[in-house]
Design a binder for this molecule. Structure first.
Ligand SMILES: [Zn+2]
Length: 253
């Protein structure tokens, strides 16, 4: 494998790596963020992803990738490929890495190691208004998830994300008050999308989101990450998650 730079990585559960969680679980769930070339090279025509490079970030050999249409549709992935039209993917297939690409929007991964479910979500300000993160969590619950951990990836910070008043009001009027309180900042108008996502995840505690971790970093300020707002780039960094069952756990990468 080519040497791929990893921005951040961790283990939601399992005996490998330095993560926390149920370390005696028979399921290992790994996640990673990388902005290295082939790991998330985007062809604007078809959102092509170097599948092997991305999957190998977590030790998997195949991957399914979210779309990026700023909606609330959730795909259940049975096989590798692009979930066109869906900003969220859920799977219970081990060794199938779920990938979401972003350059300012918030990438989120979720896992319930006890039932082997994982999810990847792409959420910008529009995803906040339509509740894509909640939609993904509900699909996981329908599939049997009871105790989920969420990891919120790096995104553009509120300071770097001034918006016009109209956009701010659209967000404020379409999310729960607890989310608006965190996401909508006045004078000047700014949106803290990641803070809104965290607030949304907190509101899902009673249906099973038990732990929320956040990767620090602002995409507009950290040169290791891509920012569409800052540079207009078509490049995207990738956030990846995969589960591996006992007996099928690859060497830690
Ligand atoms: Zn910033």
């Amino acid at each position: 494998m080519r040497d791929v730079q990893v921005y951040a990585s961790g283990v939601i559960a399992g005996s490998a790596g330095g993560g926390s969680g149920s370390v005696d679980s028979s399921t290992v769930v790994r996640w990673a963020v990388s902005a290295d070339g082939p790991a998330a090279h985007v062809d604007p025509a078809n959102w092509w992803v170097d599948e092997l490079g991305v999957a190998q970030l977590v030790g998997a050999t195949r991957s399914a990738v979210t779309g990026s249409v700023h909606g609330a549709s959730v795909a259940f992935a049975e096989r590798p490929g692009i979930a066109a039209g869906c900003d969220a993917i859920v799977t219970d297939h081990p060794n199938l890495a779920l990938v979401t690409l972003a350059a300012d929007c918030v990438p989120v991964v979720l896992a319930d190691p006890d039932c082997g479910l994982v999810a990847a979500v792409h959420c910008g300000w529009q995803g906040l208004t339509v509740g894509v993160v909640s939609a993904a969590v509900r699909v996981m619950v329908q599939r049997g998830a009871r105790a989920m951990t969420a990891v919120v990836g790096p995104s553009i910070c509120a300071t770097c994300y001034p918006v016009d008043d109209d956009r701010l009001e659209r967000v404020r009027n379409s999310v729960a008050p607890s989310v608006a309180a965190e996401a909508c900042l006045d004078d000047p108008a700014r949106i803290a999308v990641a803070a809104g996502v965290v607030a949304e995840l907190h509101s899902l505690r009673e249906i099973g989101v038990q732990r929320i971790d956040q990767v620090p970093g602002c995409t507009a300020q950290d040169p290791r990450l891509f920012s569409f707002r800052d540079s207009g780039t078509m490049n995207r960094h990738a956030m990846v998650v995969a589960a591996f069952h006992d007996g099928d756990i690859p060497e830690s990468t």
